[in-house]
Design a protein around this ligand. Structure first.
Ligand code: ZN
Length: 206
């Protein structure tokens, strides 16, 4: 009658997790519209459309409310123009569900944005735990020269809304490479959410 307790080995360099119930990959051709430099993006897709930018291993013990989903994410180092590789990003469909990310290897950032458009940036390194509180849009960015590997955990009834980023023309802040490291710059295509859109997000609580 009880669920079976399980243990999972995580390879900190590849993100491979034993006993994962699922895995998926995002190829460069799946990430249209994410990057500011559309010409550089098109050139990269033409060169190698199947290039895998990030990969997720996950374990979903049950979909029941109160359970957890956990796993790993592995992201290739690289850039499109000046902009570092990043995940599509999302807010939880049930927006008051939080998430933790733990650095396994590599270095990167967690880029967070409130529904009203406030940006927060947290660095992620090995053995560093990042907490994404309820209501924050989140995306990870690989600012290093090697893959960024993190493990994550979030409530099983969270869901993901990817459209929130697309509807506002991307996140308010972009992360670009400079001669000395990374820099946060304003996304000129960003359209702030209206009061009604913010209220709709804040209403998606469970
Ligand atoms: Zn999430």
């Amino acid at each position: 009658m009880y669920q079976r307790p399980t243990a999972h080995q995580i390879d900190p360099l590849t993100g491979e997790m034993t006993g994962a119930s699922g895995r998926y990959e995002k190829r460069i051709s799946d990430l249209e519209g994410l990057y500011a430099d559309a010409a550089a993006f098109a050139a990269r897709v033409a060169e190698d459309p199947d290039h895998v930018v990030y990969r997720v291993f996950e374990q979903r013990p049950a979909q029941a409310k109160g359970d957890l989903i956990f796993g790993t994410t592995w992201m290739e180092p690289g850039r499109i123009g000046a902009e570092y590789y990043m995940t599509r990003g999302h807010i939880h469909a049930c927006a008051n569900r939080p998430e933790t990310y733990y650095g396994e290897s590599g270095e990167g950032l967690m880029l967070l944005e409130s529904p009203e458009g406030e940006t927060r940036i947290l660095e992620v390194r090995a053995r560093e735990m990042v907490y994404v509180p309820p209501m924050w849009i989140h995306r990870s960015v690989n600012t290093g020269d090697v893959p960024l590997v993190m493990s994550f955990c979030y409530p099983s009834d969270s869901g993901q809304d990817y459209g929130i980023i697309e509807r506002s023309g991307g996140m308010a802040t972009r992360i670009i490479a400079t001669a000395t490291g990374w820099e946060a710059v304003a996304n000129t295509a960003y359209r702030p959410r209206s009061d009604a859109e913010v209220a709709a997000v804040l209403a998606t609580v469970g």
